[in-house]
Design a protein around this ligand. Structure first.
Ligand SMILES: C[C@](O)(C(=O)O)[C@H](CC(=O)O)C(=O)O
Ligand SMILES: [Mg+2]
Length: 300
């Protein structure tokens, strides 16, 4: 009801413990707070807050146009409604290393359990597109050091994302990842890995958890949870999938409305009012006021 019952500090501690246990944690991308509740209800271990989704949600391409305030605001809205840890995409950290430190503090205050900072140049782009560029090792390392120095809660997970694989190849990416771990990164997000063998090589190169990005229509094949677990991946994200599914449904619904003039044929594909109210925990608001939930909604 209203908000999560677990404090941000407890969520971070629990996230750290689960990561240390070696299990594979599944983080679908929440495109809004409501979908974060759904992710929790359906039994996943965490929620991912995607930069691509946030920009698309605002009608913008994912090229670093969103501001720290917008990303921290959306992170706060999402983190507060779920007991799951939230991992947020902090892009390049919104500026110079000093901005990275400030960004980390804002995200920490927003209640997330972790965030990732990438080594692309500004303006950044989706890591699965051609033509991206990465910064030199020195700046990449300074971003991560600034992030680590900026946090106040030592359990806030600072993940370093490296985009080097798509630019200079796997060996350069593992070298970069090792340097980022030496700089203090708690986990590595190797972007645009092509094969399971590449994940395995990255796994062997660093002694911190690694993340697999199973974004659709990109450079990586869509590996199953089982195969990613087998190669030692610790966190898997499906950053944009729920938005893609929802938008796909919206397109079909609008087309049906154009052609049929009503949506009766699609009722079976809609979230039922009863399920929405259940997800919102509507009934429990009677605790404040017994006049709030005085009706029944049944599914036939
Ligand atoms: C993970 C990612 O950074 C995101 O913003 O969700 C994107 C996802 C995408 O564009 O498909 C990425 O750069 O991979
Ligand atoms: Mg992103």
């Amino acid at each position: 009801m209203l908000y999560a019952t677990t404090s941000a500090a407890d969520k971070r501690a629990a996230f750290r413990a689960r990561l240390a246990s070696g299990e594979l944690l599944r983080f679908p991308g929440a495109f809004n707070p409501l979908s974060a509740r759904l992710i929790e209800q359906r039994g996943f271990e965490g929620v991912y807050i995607s930069g691509a989704v946030l920009s698309a949600d605002l009608g913008l391409p994912d090229i670093g146009l969103t501001t720290l305030t917008e990303v921290a605001g959306r992170s706060r809205q999402i983190a507060r409604v779920t007991d799951l840890p939230a991992l947020v995409d902090a892009d390049t950290g919104f500026g110079e290393p000093m901005n990275v430190a400030r960004s980390v503090q804002e995200m920490e205050d927003a209640g997330v359990a972790g965030l990732h900072i990438e080594d692309q140049v500004n303006p950044k782009r989706c890591g699965h597109l051609d033509g991206k560029e990465v910064v030199g090792l020195d700046l990449a390392v300074r971003r991560i050091r600034a992030a680590v120095d900026g946090r106040r809660d030592p359990n806030l997970l600072i993940m370093a994302r490296t985009d080097v694989r798509g630019v200079e190849g796997l060996d350069a990416a593992t070298d970069r990842a090792r340097a980022l771990v030496d700089a203090g990164a708690d986990a590595i997000f190797p972007e645009a890995m092509a094969t399971l063998a590449e994940f395995e090589a990255m796994r062997a190169a660093v002694d911190v958890p690694i993340l697999a990005n199973m974004t659709e229509f990109g450079k990586s094949e869509l590996f199953s949870v089982d195969s990613l677990r087998d190669v030692g991946v610790s966190i898997v994200i499906w950053p944009v999938s729920l938005l893609r599914l929802a938008m796909g449904s919206a397109v079909r619904g609008l087309d049906e409305l154009q052609s049929a003039g009503h949506l009766t044929g699609l009722l079976g594909q809609m979230q039922h009012r009863a399920d929405l109210y259940d997800l919102l925990d509507y009934e429990s608001y009677g605790r404040f006021d017994s006049n709030v939930f005085t009706f029944t909604v049944t599914k036939d």
